[in-house]
Design a protein around this ligand. Structure first.
Ligand code: BGC
Length: 719
């Protein structure tokens, strides 16, 4: 530790953290190196070629097996919103609240329980390593992945992360904490140089990682995409060797973020053990050539291979291949998800006894308004996405709870906040069948049988590799989706397709969309075709046969995907309708926020404003409503210019799959809303610490505000 980390040690001592001496100067308690006889024996038996093969994935989620020595592949799985497993459309997973929601509990014991639940989910997905938690910090409130991260404060982040990791690892599987370090926004994220002075790194951005190593003995770390003061994080000797291994005594596995390794010799020398995903882009034969050329030693290669084998041994996978992937359905875990979800909700304002809602007084009708009311956002977008085992939406949960008390519920969305069409609502579909074919041409050869048949709970699918699990690059397959679609509203429906490979969509045998002629642009990390929207007139309550065909001919990096959107006709002015509803009811609950068009991996938000006409909607509703309760459903801060006009505000974050029931618990007073803000809520983006310097220039993000992150800056400058 540098002498300048006294602040952390003093903090740690106050909190009684392990390994911090009373004088505030002693070093952290280190995990022990663990020499293992079985690992050493295997290492001695492995050829250099075999050791090299271990140093990169075999595909998106697995390492390379070595059958000769009975070494199976090791499976890793995203994180942090749950444990997704090998497929975006695979068996459903339990979906936990987002990082900010977890931190807002300020409750390490409930986080420990969440970690334990996630450990059970890792096992259910046959994986050994969970790619979570995300502990980058909220340098600016508009960071696209802030919802995954926990806080602007390194200590709060550290305390939450430590319990999360301890919980996961208590099941004998590993956490892979990420992204080490300086991946605090999404701007030019694959190449940008995060220029952060050493004191700021050590006192702020490195702290959560350091505590996870020292206090939770985290078994794995993922490097960041960005460069850090020059070299890429995955190549940084200072970061990976000097700080992580020499100072912190980290003895686990360091893996690259996906496609985030850019070198052959440098990464191995720095101690980035595993290139992910596979097959190797920079290792394999290139690494063997680098060894032959004397650019990297066989000892450095063996050190990486040893750590990968040790991780397999520590997680029980040295001779045990990954298990089958399944969905758990455990009522106790569902109850925990509901409890932690409500524990993170923050009551920001409560005037005029607006809450809790009391049905014993004159309250016979509730207006449930807002774009996120019927379809709550339970998580943000990107690699963190999982398919939840179920979703409790606010409108459904409020209706179920209040109908039983004789209160009428009236709903109006009020406005639309989607940048693109929303995902086709699976509640309007039935009999969904997905057939995968071995070749893109199979659909054109009548009678060809599918190689695999299943179903899907989502129409936003990313195939990271071959869906039939045959190979990684140059994937070649076709998929046919059939379903029954029953619109709940009649009129001009909009449908959309956004995909990597050509897609045709039919309703009752009529071609609705064909995007074959479109070129790439935008979607799917730049590899997909832009969204194509078509309108079609449908009748309410009539069931239509839906057919979707996708033909992925061999090309590209082994990634494919398809988003199917659908939007019901909007026949009236949504805001006026909502105001009408509000005026007729005794209470208005307005569920506003963002969604994964706005908060996702890959891009930052541009402003703090609620998207669409939500500010106007709240103001209009508040003007006519007897009581206005605003629920903010967003993963990070939004501006609240209407704060003085409403009676109560509950900040609900992206609270995970049990959102609706948890919200009812808070609104009715069954649960004390004991969440507290883990981030400062600024009024204006211009007032925020990194405003002058974000997003940086010339591919460099200069952290000029230094240690003054979040509240430290507001306190210092007097905002
Ligand atoms: C993300 C990681 C994630 C990985 C695998 C990357 O794009 O940055 O957080 O674990 O993909 O999905």
């Amino acid at each position: 530790m540098s002498g300048e980390s006294g602040t952390l040690q003093a903090y740690g001592h106050q909190l009684g953290l392990k390994g911090v001496g009373k004088d505030g100067t002693s070093v952290l308690e280190m995990p022990h190196a663990r020499p293992s006889a079985p690992v050493e024996k295997l290492l001695a038996e492995l050829t250099v070629e075999e050791q090299v093969s271990l140093l990169a994935g075999s595909n998106m989620w697995n390492t390379v097996p070595i059958p000769r020595l009975d070494i199976p592949k090791l499976r890793v799985s995203d994180g942090p919103a749950g444990v997704r497993g090998s497929r975006f459309d695979g068996p459903a997973s339990m979906n936990v609240p987002c990082g900010t929601a977890l931190a807002a509990t300020w409750d390490t014991s409930v986080i420990r329980e969440v970690g334990e639940l996630l450990g059970r989910e890792v096992i259910a997905k046959g994986a050994r390593v969970h790619l979570a938690p995300t502990v980058n910090l909220h340098r600016t409130p508009i960071g696209g992945r802030n919802f995954e991260c926990m806080s602007e404060d390194p200590l709060l982040t550290a305390l939450i992360a430590v319990e999360y990791v301890k919980g996961v690892q208590s099941h004998g599987v590993a956490s892979c904490i990420k992204h080490f370090v300086g991946n605090d926004t999404e701007f030019e994220r694959m190449t940008i140089d995060s220029q952060i002075d050493e004191r700021t790194l050590r006192e702020i951005y490195l702290v959560p990682f350091e505590r996870a190593v020292a206090d939770a003995e985290v078994m794995s770390i993922m490097t960041a995409y960005n460069r850090i003061n020059g070299p890429y994080a995955a190549d940084s000797v200072w970061l990976l060797q000097d700080v992580l291994r020499d100072e912190w005594n980290f003895d686990g596995v360091v893996m690259s973020d996906w496609f985030g390794l850019h070198s052959t010799a440098e990464g191995v020398i720095a101690g980035c053990d595993l290139e992910m995903p596979g097959p190797a882009l920079h290792r394999g034969q290139k690494l063997l050539d680098a060894i032959a050329a004397g650019q990297v030693s066989i000892e450095a290669v063996a050190a990486c291979a040893r750590r990968i084998l040790e991780l397999m041994e520590r997680t029980g996978g040295l001779h045990q291949p990954p298990g089958a992937e399944s969905t758990r359905d455990d009522v106790d875990d569902l109850a925990l998800l509901r409890r932690v979800s409500s524990a993170g909700m923050v009551l920001l304002k409560n005037d005029n006894h607006a809450l809790p809602l009391d049905t014993s007084v004159e309250m016979r009708s509730i207006a449930v308004i807002g774009p996120n009311a019927a379809h709550g956002m339970v998580m943000g977008g990107g690699s963190a996405h999982v398919t939840p085992t179920r979703i409790s939406h606010p409108l459904d949960a409020l209706t179920a709870s209040f109908a039983a008390r004789g209160v009428d519920i009236h709903h109006a969305p009020g406005c639309n906040i989607n940048k693109k069409l929303p995902e086709l609502d699976t509640r309007l579909t039935s009999d969904v069948v997905v057939e995968y074919f071995a070749s893109s041409t199979d659909l054109d050869a009548p009678g060809t049988a599918p190689a695999e048949t299943g179903t899907t709970g989502t129409f936003r699918i990313l195939w990271a590799g071959d869906p039939l699990n045959r190979r990684m690059g140059d994937i070649d397959f076709a998929a046919r989706f059939t379903a029954q679609f029953t619109p709940d509203v009649g009129g001009e429906w909009k449908f959309s397709v956004e995909s990597v490979a050509p897609v045709k969509m039919f309703l009752n045998d009529a071609l609705v969309i064909d995007n074959t002629a479109l070129d790439r642009g935008g979607s799917f990390f730049g590899m997909g075709k832009p969204e194509l929207v078509q309108e079609i007139s449908l009748e309410a309550g009539i069931t239509y046969s839906m057919l979707i065909e996708l033909r992925h001919a061999p090309r590209g990096m082994g990634l494919s995907g398809m988003n199917i959107g659908a939007m019901a006709p909007i026949v009236t002015n949504q805001r006026i309708d909502a105001v009408d509803v509000a005026a007729r009811c005794d209470v208005s609950i307005v569920v506003v926020g963002t969604n994964d068009d706005w908060e996702s991996e890959g891009w930052d938000r541009e402003s703090l404003d609620l998207p669409g006409e939500q500010n106007e909607l709240i103001a209009d509703v508040a003007a006519v409503s007897k009581r206005t309760i605003v629920v903010v459903n967003a993963g990070s801060p939004v501006a609240m210019p209407w704060l003085d006009d409403v009676d109560a505000v509950v900040y609900a974050w992206f609270p995970g799959q049990e959102m609706g029931d948890a919200l009812v618990d808070v609104l009715t007073g069954v649960v004390e809303p004991s969440g507290r803000l883990p981030v400062t809520m600024p009024r204006h983006l211009e007032d925020t610490p990194a405003f002058e310097h974000h997003p940086g220039r010339n591919n460099a993000a200069q952290y000029v505000e230094g240690r003054l992150v979040g509240y430290r800056w507001y306190d210092t400058v007097g905002k």
